[in-house]
Design a protein around this ligand. Structure first.
Ligand code: ZN
Length: 239
């Protein structure tokens, strides 16, 4: 196992979720050989995946959190090895929009992939979680039309996720895509908005984006992707 802290690894590509390719194609056990932190979704779009310190959790459409077994399959996930030598920056009283602008104002990172990890106390955390789908799978916009939302105030926990350059819309969500899990592991999901009370921020830029494809999945191999539709659908489903 290599611990390349300069590399972000992705299994599947965001675009394959658009037409409804929700079949899991990599086990959690294998995914965790490529990184110890990350985000994604599980087989059948069964919840929002949050990977923290080598453990994979999902927040399902009922808001329930569970740890995934090593043999659980995932269709799409992004992971990296967290660089333990990076010193955290203390951030206080910041909204999501303010923090995201500030990161890009402080360093010329807009054309790179980078991870953000925020640990601490959030004044407000607003999330949503996708509902598990059954075959035949609908497309992503249909699957995400009903998205239960959750909100907690004064919640402690960890935010983890990525920034992807505009060029990579489709492979990933261009811009920020972040998930959350609280300290007591009973609240989290795909983040819609938050305000930080006081927390520690770590930004980890990558020199390499490694894209791994489900090369033995026939439905993926046979799919024709419509680039314009992908853009519209990502905006609708992921923001
Ligand atoms: Zn998400």
């Amino acid at each position: 196992m290599t611990y390349d802290i300069q590399r972000v690894y992705q299994h599947g590509t965001l675009a394959l979720l658009i037409p409804g390719l929700f079949t899991g194609t990599m086990t959690v056990a294998e995914l965790l050989t490529h990184g110890n932190f990350g985000i994604g979704t599980a087989h059948g779009l069964a919840g929002e995946l949050v990977l923290l310190e080598g453990h994979a959790y999902t927040v399902n459409g009922d808001g329930q959190v569970s740890e995934l077994t090593p043999d659980t399959l995932v269709p799409f996930a992004t992971v990296h090895w967290q660089d333990s030598n990076l010193s955290p920056e203390v951030v206080q009283q910041l909204t999501k929009a303010d923090l995201e602008r500030r990161i890009l104002a402080q360093a010329p990172l807009k054309n790179l992939f980078f991870a953000i990890k925020i640990t601490g106390k959030f004044k407000v955390m607003h999330t949503r979680a996708v509902q598990a789908q059954t075959e035949p799978y609908p497309n992503l916009t249909t699957a995400t039309r009903v998205q239960p939302e959750f909100e907690q105030t004064n919640v402690k926990g960890t935010l983890i996720g990525y920034y992807a350059p505009a060029l990579y819309q489709g492979a990933a969500v261009a811009g920020y895509h972040v998930h959350f899990l609280n300290e007591s592991h009973d609240f989290g999901g795909h983040i819609l908005d938050y305000t930080i009370a006081s927390a520690q921020l770590i930004v980890q830029p990558f020199t390499t984006f490694e894209q791994h494809f489900p090369s033995d999945n026939q439905a993926f191999l046979a799919s024709d992707f419509d680039l314009n539709q992908i853009n519209t659908d990502i905006e609708e489903a992921e923001h």
